[in-house]
Structure formats: C-alpha cells, structure tokens
Write a protein that binds this ligand. Structure first.
Ligand code: FDA
Length: 410
C-alpha cells in the first residue's frame, strides 16, 4: 500500500520559487495579511540573485521602461512596470541602508554584495510572516473544486499542502547549475497555457572554427562597438573570447538574433568614417591604414581586422598608405569598418545565458493581476512568462514589478 503523505497546514498562497519574483510576491502578499508559503527545491534562497551582476547584483535600471523588454505582446509589461517602478525598489534598498552606485547607463549595483538584496527580501518576508521551505521537490499539483471555490492541492517531498492562490515563480532555463528547471512551463501546459518557443537570451555567440583561427588569439581584447541585427542596435563593449564573442553589446543583440542570421558591427561608433578617412588623406597622406585604425582600436584588433576578410586585400594587410585609396576603395573601407558582417555558428546555450526568451504566453494571463485567465487562482510572475528584459537590471525590475503586482491580488 502506498504511504499517504502527511496533510500539512492550509495556506492562502503558495509560491513555487524563492527567487526574485517569488520573494517579492510573497512579501507583498504577506504584508496584506495573507498566509504565505514559498516552496523551492534549491538549498539556498535567491541563488540567481546571489550570483548576479558579478556578485554585486544589478538590481534595477534608472531608465527601465517597456521598450527594454521583448515579448510577443510588447504591451503586457506596461501595467506592472508602471505600478512598481525602479524608484519603488530603490526606496526599499535605501530603507535597508544598502549602499549602491550607478555603474553605467542607469544600471544600479550594490556597492558590497548581492547577498544584501537577498537578506533584505528575506527580512521583509520574515516581517510579513512568510514561511520559506527549501530542498522541497514538487510532485503534483491538483486543482480541487468545491462548489464555487477552487483550491490547489500540492504534493511535495514534505507532504501535501493546500492553498487558494498558487503562484508560479520558477524562472527560466538559464544556468541549470543554479537550480533552473522547466517546471513552470510544465505547469503552464498542465493548465492549457500556450508556450512561446524558448531560447537562450543575453548569451555569448560561438563562431566557426575558421573564424576562430583568425580571431581566436584576440581572446580578452575588447572594443566599444555598435552591433546591429534587424532594426535593433546597441552601442556597448564587445569582448573576444576563446569560443567567439561576448561582452554587453553581444549579449544584448543575442536576444534579437535568430539562428543563421548575420549581425553587423560598426568598429568606429560615433565616427563619420568616410569623412575621417578623407581628412586623413589630406592631413596625413603617408600614414598606413593599420596605424590610423590603431588610434581608435587596440593595435592587435586593428591588425587582425586588416589581415583578414575583405580588408586583407583592400588594405594590403594594413600597410596601404591612406593616400593610395581610390574613391571607391575608400568608400569600401569605410563600409567594411561600419558594417562588418559576423555570422555566429550558435550561442553558448542555457549554461551561459543570463535569461530565457519566450515562456508562458501572456495571451491568457492578466497584465494587471498576473492571474491566469484559464484557471482562477493560478498566477505567473517573473521570467517564466514571455517577458525578457535587456541587459542592465531590467530583468530584476520585471521580477520585482510582476511579483509585487501579483502579490496584491493573490
Ligand atoms: P529566478 O530564477 O530568480 O527564481 C526561480 C526560483 O525557482 C529559483 O529559486 C529556483 O530554485 C526555483 N525553481 C526552479 N525550478 C524549480 C522546481 N522544479 N521546484 C522548485 N523550485 C524550483 N538580471 C538583472 O536584472 N540584473 C543582473 O545583474 C542579472 N545578472 C544575472 C547573472 C546571471 C549569471 C544570470 C543567470 C542571470 C542574471 N540576471 C540578472 C537575470 C535574473 O537573475 C533573472 O531574470 C531573475 O532572477 C528572474 O527572477 P525569477 O524570480 O523569475 O526567477
């Protein structure tokens, strides 16, 4: 005979996932007097928060707005982002006296360590009487309808719990070593929700072996570039790696890139390249191409660009003096430096991706309450939904905002 599970206390709200969105949802609901339980299979609370931002958690962005998010429904995030803003989260951080600084482009980082943010969220949860149970395996979720009311029975390695509102805050698939699983998607499917195809986002590109033979030795070299794919462009740093390219510019554009597409790189952002070259023809006619390029790029990068691809012949491996270019050659040089084509062979995948694009479709989820429109009492918050932010604190801002808004309705 199978052993029956102990029946544990009833809760108003059970949240699956003690990450950014789950904790924020829990403390908001707890502050409203709801009896809240968080279940997580991990051995620590907020593991991704702890490793985020290189250990300093880029917890929000001063310029967060809907345009910083990808989704099949670009309007879905508007309501939550308006109702819980970057200023709200900043105020919470300030209330705890956590020291922070703006690093660049509105990105707010802890001065000390990411653990300050986790401790703050845990303290808020404790004050709101939230119970958190770690190392708990979820086995089954069953809605139990009794007349008009529906409750959820959750079977777990701890026993059976019941609740009125069930919140799915299980995040995405990236960094499986930090406890990421597809459970939230399975639960979405169980209740008839559509899933938007998932793929790694904010992820380094890998490049073909032939490319690595030519540029692999630049691993560690970086340059500020404008990188574009389709209609999207980012001006940030590109970093050469042993397997391809990374750095903020590449991570950003990776979320817009589809397999097989080419991305375009402008190596001299902010420079009117053709007119700069024409001025050089008059002012420093004998200067070699590689010398003048080294004024903007590191010498190793300038040489590698001149020695490879179509620039090899055009620049005579970088030795061609600037006054020896014909009009058409000068235009071609400017064009190559401005629209340098790069065709990645792939990405480093979920093991190195910061986020998962796609997820539970927002089509049948309320943008106001984050509640399922198919299944009363079921909520989705954070990265499990088809809402993905740019690099720079936007993903946490979505987790805080969606968690907070759901916390007001669970
Ligand atoms: P999150 O992943 O935080 O939490 C999900 C929780 O669910 C986890 O605790 C997990 O253990 C639990 N869970 C999963 N499956 C389960 C199961 N089967 N059973 C029980 N529990 C389960 N963003 C940003 O804005 N600024 C930054 O600095 C960074 N830095 C960064 C670095 C790295 C290395 C990564 C991988 C990601 C970032 N991010 C980031 C992205 C950010 O971490 C991410 O978008 C949020 O943590 C998403 O919050 P969620 O609460 O939705 O998921």
């Amino acid at each position: 005979m199978p052993l029956s599970r102990p029946l544990l206390p009833d809760y108003d709200v059970i949240i699956i996932g003690a990450g950014a969105a789950g904790l924020m949802c829990a403390l908001t609901a707890g502050q409203r007097g709801r009896k809240v339980l968080i279940l997580d299979h991990a051995n620590k609370i907020g593991k991704k928060i702890l490793i985020s931002g290189g250990g300093r958690c880029n917890f929000t962005n001063l310029y967060a707005e809907p345009a910083n998010y990808l989704s099949e429904n670009r309007h879905f995030c508007i309501s939550a982002l308006r109702r819980y803003t970057q200023w709200d989260f900043q105020a919470l951080v300030n209330k705890y006296g956590i020291a922070w600084h703006e690093k660049t482009l509105g990105q707010l980082f802890c001065d000390n360590r990411s653990g300050d943010i986790v401790n703050m969220l845990v303290a808020e949860c404790r004050d709101a009487d939230v119970t958190i149970r770690l190392k708990t395996q979820l086995e089954k979720i069953k809605p139990v309808t009794n007349g008009e009311t529906c409750r959820y029975r959750i079977t777990s390695s701890l026993g059976e719990f019941t609740c009125q509102s069930l919140v799915i805050a299980t995040g995405g698939l990236s960094f499986p070593t930090m406890g990421a699983t597809g459970l939230g998607y399975d639960i979405g499917r169980q209740f008839g929700h559509q899933l938007v195809a998932r793929r790694p986002g904010l992820v380094p590109f890998t490049l073909p072996a032939a490319w690595l033979r030519r540029f692999g030795e630049l691993a560690g070299v970086s340059a500020e570039v404008v990188v574009s794919c389709g209609h999207q462009s980012f001006r940030e740093k590109l970093l050469f790696t042993h397997r391809g390219v990374s750095g903020p510019a590449i991570l950003q554009i990776s979320s817009y890139w589809q397999e097989g597409e080419t991305v375009s790189i402008n190596w001299l952002p902010g420079v009117e390249i053709e007119s700069w070259l024409r001025t050089l023809q008059l002012e420093r006619p004998k200067a070699e191409t590689r010398t003048v390029l080294s004024e903007y790029l590191t010498r190793r990068l300038a040489l590698a660009l001149c020695e490879n691809g179509n620039l090899r012949r055009l620049t005579d491996k970088g030795h061609k003096p600037i006054n020896q270019y014909t009009d058409a050659e000068l235009k071609a040089l400017a064009d190559s430096l401005e629209n340098w084509a790069l065709t990645p062979s792939g990405t480093e995948g979920y093991k190195k991706a910061e986020v998962t694009l796609g997820g539970v479709s927002t089509d049948e989820v309320s943008s106001k309450t984050l509640e399922s429109q198919r299944q009363p009492g079921l909520f989705f918050v954070g990265e499990v939904l088809d809402v993905t932010g740019h690099l720079g604190g936007f993903n946490f801002q979505w987790a805080w905002a969606s968690g907070h808004c759901a916390g007001q309705y669970v």
